[in-house]
Write a protein that binds this ligand. Structure first.
Ligand SMILES: Nc1ccn([C@@H]2O[C@H](COP(=O)(O)OP(=O)(O)OP(=O)(O)O)[C@@H](O)[C@H]2O)c(=O)n1
Ligand SMILES: C[C@](O)(CO)[C@H](O)COP(=O)(O)O
Length: 243
């Protein structure tokens, strides 16, 4: 795809990775001797249309300074916040709006995103002139559960009902929006104490349109311990496919 535009990406990377149960924040776990953060950031910077990456890091992050990323001319470091949305907002405040009218926000914990899917997202957002997200349709029958007293100590529930899965999607990242629109939408959502777990939630709250761009389910978010081996499998598969 040809585009005179260049893009900036914001990578929220200030989480602690509680669900990963590791001895360091999950973005600093290694696959093939590279940190997950490095895989993700370099995957973005190696895309021909992405010229800079803003990483939002924990204020007590003790890993980044020692990494090669710290010396990269196209990586800007900002402080993360208490929630992912706060980290993203701090990143947005560091964007040069004249240079970057659009921004892509991508989880540090998603190193397997493909350039093909990033191309699809950019192409479809530019041609519609509004933002959107990479997403993958759900494949299983979906249930809504209710906690059950009998299973209170366990992690199971009782089925309340089946949820219609037609047009039900897993939201992935990157999520791409006009920089000013996304900034205002997030600020408005936070002013109204809305729980925001992705950029699209704020855009929806602002009654702005969003695309769902169908993407590979390989773009997993490393969240639980068994996700690490799966991410390594996908990264190695992608490397073999490009060699
Ligand atoms: N205050 C926060 C919380 C999360 N993130 C980032 O948002 C992304 C997605 O969040 P998640 O997968 O939930 O990461 P963690 O919050 O680290 O995981 P957990 O909820 O298990 O602690 C991650 O790259 C994480 O580093 C962030 O920048 N700032
Ligand atoms: C942004 C995201 O990855 C889209 O699915 C997801 O909302 C992040 O949620 P988390 O709880 O911060 O992992």
């Amino acid at each position: 795809m040809a585009s005179a535009l260049k893009f900036i990406a914001i990578v929220p990377a200030a989480g602690v990775g509680k669900r990963m149960q590791a001895n360091c924040p999950k973005q600093y776990l290694r696959i093939n001797n590279e940190t997950i953060l490095s895989h993700t950031v370099m995957r973005l910077l190696n895309h021909p249309l992405i010229s800079q990456v803003i990483v939002a890091l924990g204020t007590d992050d003790q890993y980044f300074a020692e990494s090669q990323l710290a010396h990269h001319k196209d990586i800007i470091r900002v402080n993360g916040g208490s929630e992912r949305v706060d980290s993203v907002l701090n990143g947005l405040k560091a964007v040069d709006r004249d240079k970057y009218p659009w921004v892509l926000v991508h989880d540090a914990a998603r190193p397997c995103v493909s350039h093909e899917d990033i191309d699809k997202l950019i192409t479809q957002c530019l041609s519609n002139d509004y933002g959107g997200i990479l997403a993958t349709p759900v494949r299983d029958t979906m249930k809504r559960g209710i906690p059950s007293k009998e299973n209170a100590e366990g992690d199971s529930s009782i089925i309340e009902r089946t949820v219609e899965r037609e047009q039900l999607w897993h939201a992935l990242t990157p999520q791409m929006y006009k920089t000013d629109e996304l900034t205002l939408a997030i600020e408005k959502a936070l002013e109204n104490s809305l729980k925001i777990t992705d950029e699209a939630s704020a855009i929806e709250y602002a009654n702005l349109p969003s695309l769902l761009v169908s993407a590979s389910s390989e773009n997993i978010k490393i969240t639980h311990p068994n996700d690490l081996a799966l991410a390594e499998f996908y990264l190695n598969k992608q490397t073999n496919n490009t060699n």
